[in-house]
Design a protein around this ligand. Sequence first.
Ligand code: LRH
Ligand code: MN
Ligand code: MN
Length: 388
Amino acid sequence: MTINDDILAQLEHQAIEVPSWAYGNSGTRFKVFGTPGTPRNPFEKVSDAAVVNRLTRLAPTVALHIPWDMVDSFEDLRKHAEDEGIKLGTVNSNTFQDDAYKLGSLTHSDPKIRQMAIDHHLQCIDVMDATGVEDLKIWLADGTNYPGQADIRSRQDRLAESLAAIYERLGDNQRLLLEYKFFEPAFYHTDVPDWGTSFAHTLALGEKAMVVLDTGHHAPGTNIEFIVAQLLRLGKLGAFDFNSRFYADDDLIVGAADPYQLFRIMYEVIRGGALDPASPVSFVLDQCHNIEEKIPGQIRSVINVQEMTARALLVDRTALTAAQEAGDVLGANAIFTDAFYTDVRPDLAAWRESRGLPADPVAAYAESGYQEKINAERVGGTQASWGA
Ligand code: LRH
Ligand code: MN
Ligand code: MN
C-alpha cells in the first residue's frame, strides 16, 4: 500500500493547533524541571510555535491560555504571530488556579464567585475580539471530593445558567467549546465529567456551542473512537485536545502510548467527514513536555498525527464495507489492520521534500541552530511554566 495523490490531496490542508503551554516548563506535583531556552513570555512561546510550523507546515495556529498568556497588547501578539507566519488560535479560559474557585467556579453556590468566573470568560471573549480568534475553550476543574459535599443537581443548574451568560456574549463567528474530564483535580464527582454532560449543555446553549474531546480525559479502556463517531454523527464535535496517556491525564506526546488508538480515532474522523477543510472540527494538541525537549516534542506530535491520518486514509473503505456487509469478520478486520500496519514514513518524507520541507523535521530542527540560539538569548527573566 502506498500513499497516492488522492491521499496527499487530503493531507494537504491538515492543520494541527499547538498549545502555548507546551513550550513552557511543566512537570508533576513532585518537580518541574527548568530547561535552557525556555520562553520567558507569550511572544517567545509564539516564536517557538512558529518554528514547528516552518518545519512541518502542519501547525499554522497556536492556542492561548488566559491568564498564562496575558499581555499588555493582544494586537501586538497577533502581529508578532503574523510576522512569524502563524496565527493565534483557541483562547482557553482558566478558573482552576484562584483560591476563590476552591469549591467551584461556574457552578459555585456563591453568586459573587460565579459572577467572577463568568466575567473571566467575558474577558476571554474580549481577547478573542481583539485577536480575531473564534474559539473559546472552557474546561472546568469544578467538582467535589466527598459524597454529600455539595448538591450535584443544583450545580448542574448553576452551570447551565453561567454558560448561558457566556454564550450570550459570543459574536456571530465565535464558538463556545466545552471540554469534559472524568476526574482530577476533583476526585469524587466532576461537574462536566463526560461527553454526555458536555453534549447536554452545548445542545441547550445552541449551535455555537460544541463539545471538546481531550483524548486523555476518559477512564482507562474507554472506546474513544466510538465517542468520536457519535459526536460527529450528532454534529457536536467541536475540537480535539490530542495527547496520550498510560494511566491518568498524562499529557504525553499524541500517538506515543497507543498509536493504534490514534489510528482508530483518525479513521472515525475521516469516516465522519471531519478531515474536510469545511468541517467545524479543530485539532489541537494539549500536551506537556516534562523531560523531553519541547520544540522537537511538538514536531514529533504533529507528525504522529499526520502519519496516523495517512494510515487511516489507506483503509480501503469500499472493500471494508463489502466485507462488513458480507459478515466477513476476519476479512473486515484484516482490511482495517493492513492499513494500520503500513509504514507511511518514506512516502511522507518524500512528499515533504517535494513541497520544500525537510524530509525529517526533527533532524532539521537539531541542525537548524535554533535551540542553541534561544539557549544563548533567553537568559535572565523568568522562564514560562505551566501556570505562568
Ligand atoms: C485539563 C486540560 C484543559 C486545560 C489544559 C491545560 O486537564 O486538559 O484542556 O486547559 O489541561
Ligand atoms: Mn485539554
Ligand atoms: Mn487534560
